[in-house]
Design a binder for this molecule. Structure first.
Ligand SMILES: [Zn+2]
Length: 156
């Protein structure tokens, strides 16, 4: 997303701060995994456009996901078309997730993540100055209106 200097501050700040790790029933917690020696360290993803940290279970792993590995190689190999294709697919994947949800529903950040939604990807964003600078992150005609209570699904 290419934001101009004045707007990027607000959009970026929405995405700063790490989510709390959710205790998911049936899943080993990070602490348990660490005790069991399943987590060796936390590492920053090597893809320059990703700020994810991931737990390293394999010393040679440097990307948080296959997706980031693909994006990294596309970028360094100058495969612009491939890079664009991957980025577009991320927006389309986000759109499909929104499309399956009820308009008006409010999501927490962690809920979106569990659905596979990636907040870094949208087709555009709007800032409603009249409504206290409310930001909406759009995937085409569906958007997530950001507020303190969460992300509300809205339709254009
Ligand atoms: Zn990554």
């Amino acid at each position: 997303m290419d934001l101009d200097a004045t707007e990027s501050g607000s959009a970026q700040s929405l995405q700063s701060g790490k989510d709390q790790l959710l205790p998911i029933k049936g899943c080993a917690t990070p602490n348990y995994q660490r005790r069991m020696g399943l987590i060796f360290e936390m590492r920053q993803c090597a893809f320059v456009m990703c700020d994810e940290e991931f737990s390293v279970s394999n010393e040679r792993k440097i990307f948080c996901s296959d997706r980031c590995r693909g994006r990294h190689h596309a970028l360094i190999n100058g495969e612009e078309a491939e890079m664009i294709r991957i980025e577009n697919n991320m927006i389309i994947a986000n759109y499909r997730i929104l499309k399956a949800q009820r308009v008006g529903r409010v999501f927490r950040r962690t809920e979106l993540r569990l659905l596979g939604y990636d907040l870094e990807y949208c087709s555009r964003y709007t800032i409603n100055r009249a409504a206290g600078d409310t930001v909406t992150l759009w995937c085409y005609d569906l958007g997530l209106k950001v507020s303190e209570t969460g992300y509300q699904l809205v339709s254009a």
